[in-house]
Design a protein around this ligand. Structure first.
Ligand code: HEM
Length: 282
């Protein structure tokens, strides 16, 4: 089972998925399961309970499947065609109310790509995606949990109780990245030592503490933990995977220090010969 990232280099770490017996079962039996649950089951339920075999086949099975597929396909066509790109114009996803409704939750697509963890799917309350309103309501009623919201869950709760906070309060609740002047300059030795007890990743001369992000990393925990104490600048910028602007924003909030000299120091044991061998092995 290989989970490959589309059009970009690098593979997501998927050992955890491969270990899950339910996922393995689904992967191995994908086509029979899709046929049974997508076509047969919705067809036979109206037939067995209401003796409506034709209605079950045409409406519950085929029409429902067609509508579900078309709304899914809208994400890759309409949601990348209609509307504006207010959060990032480097990529093609766009924000539009029509596609927000048709795609059932992915519609404010530009926002969604920039802030994938934010289930509101837009910044201002009047832009909120209809299906995300549903999720937010469930969350507020205690029926959905463990949702991560940027900038803060409180804003969703406030809006739902019709007590919208002022823009000033919203701005205050956002966690801004630490500015370089506030960060300590750290020696290579200290960086190495500290990276043994927590996950510290060096990117563009900044040391980032990714410990609290490990479980959330879409590329897998292992790519962070096994690279603690290393300079991952090239990997982060496309050598392994070209991260989105959203990822760059997340990264800037994890800064804990600046490396003295800015770049990884070559190991004292590193010789031109050993470097050649290392490259050949990989
Ligand atoms: C603290 C540093 C890092 C942060 C904050 C971070 C954040 C993210 C985020 C937000 C994504 C989702 C896609 C996107 O928005 O681009 C992502 C995906 C990914 N990251 Fe990272 N990342 C970090 C370090 C790394 C490193 C060092 C590697 C590789 C050695 C890596 C490999 C990947 C891969 C392969 C994916 C794609 C997963 C997939 O969708 O299949 N990341 N990362």
């Amino acid at each position: 089972m290989v989970f490959k990232t589309s059009q970009r280099k690098g593979k997501a770490y998927s050992a955890d998925l491969r270990k899950d017996p339910l996922l393995r079962f689904q992967h191995e039996w994908y086509f029979p399961l899709a046929f049974f649950f997508g076509i047969v089951l919705p067809w036979i339920i109206p037939g067995l309970f209401w003796y409506d075999w034709r209605g079950g086949f045409y409406f519950a099975s085929i029409l429902r499947l067609t509508a579900a597929h078309h709304s899914t396909f809208c994400i890759n066509s309409l949601a990348h065609y209609l509307g504006e790109t207010p959060y990032d114009d480097r990529h093609s996803p766009r924000d539009h109310l029509l596609s927000a409704i048709l795609t059932m939750g992915e519609g404010y697509h530009n926002f969604h790509h920039q802030f994938p963890m934010d289930y509101r799917n837009a910044y201002m309350w009047y832009q909120w995606d209809p299906t995300k309103w549903f999720i937010a309501t469930c969350h507020y009623l205690g029926l959905a949990s463990n949702l991560r919201v940027f900038p803060s869950n409180e804003i969703v709760k406030g809006a739902l109780t019709m007590k919208l906070k002022s823009l000033k309060q919203i701005q205050d609740s956002v966690r801004w990245p630490t500015s370089p002047e506030q960060l300590p300059v750290v020696s290579w030795e200290t960086f190495q030592e500290e990276s043994r007890s927590r996950t510290l990743i060096l990117i563009s001369g900044f040391i980032h503490d990714a410990t609290s992000f490990i479980e959330e990393h879409p590329g897998g925990a292992q790519l962070l933990t096994s690279n603690s104490g290393l300079d991952m600048t090239a990997s982060f910028f496309g050598g392994y995977y070209s991260h989105s602007n959203a990822a760059h924003n997340r990264l800037s909030m994890m800064r804990v220090g600046i490396l003295e000299g800015g770049v990884e120091r070559p190991s004292e044991h590193s010789t031109p010969e050993s470097q050649r061998l290392y490259i050949a092995e990989r």
